[in-house]
Ligand binder design. Sequence first.
Ligand SMILES: [Cu+2]
Length: 144
Amino acid sequence: MEKKRHSDDLDFLAKLDYNKGAVIIGLVLFSIGLIYGLEYTGSTVIEPVKEFTIFAEKWEFVPSEITVKRGDKIKINLATSEVNETFSFKLSRYMYNDLVIIYPNGTSTYEFTAYEPGTFVYRCEEPCGFGKNLMVGKLIVNPY
Ligand SMILES: [Cu+2]
């Protein structure tokens, strides 16, 4: 039978200490990861919506230019004070099949996320009179 030496015990203790250290480092790293993870989750949950109001008039959109950043969540409020005219709002690319109607003296909203950078035209597609073609504006989505 092999004789047990003191140094064997010392080695064992040294290894144990090393393992404890590793566990503590692991816990610290895990905690840091958790904190960052929670912060990240928090920031995505409360991502603010950028809100704009566009007025439809005879025959223009005011404002006729809006600038945002790629990835922005956009809410566009549409309003007209014209009492005898129905307008509409159509944004190229982003609104393939959508069309928002703005009824006389009414309001509408359109929400989307600006995933694609570039310059996009918005226009009125209602037959609202001879100035119809003047009802254009542009949305600029900067890449960053
Ligand atoms: Cu129109």
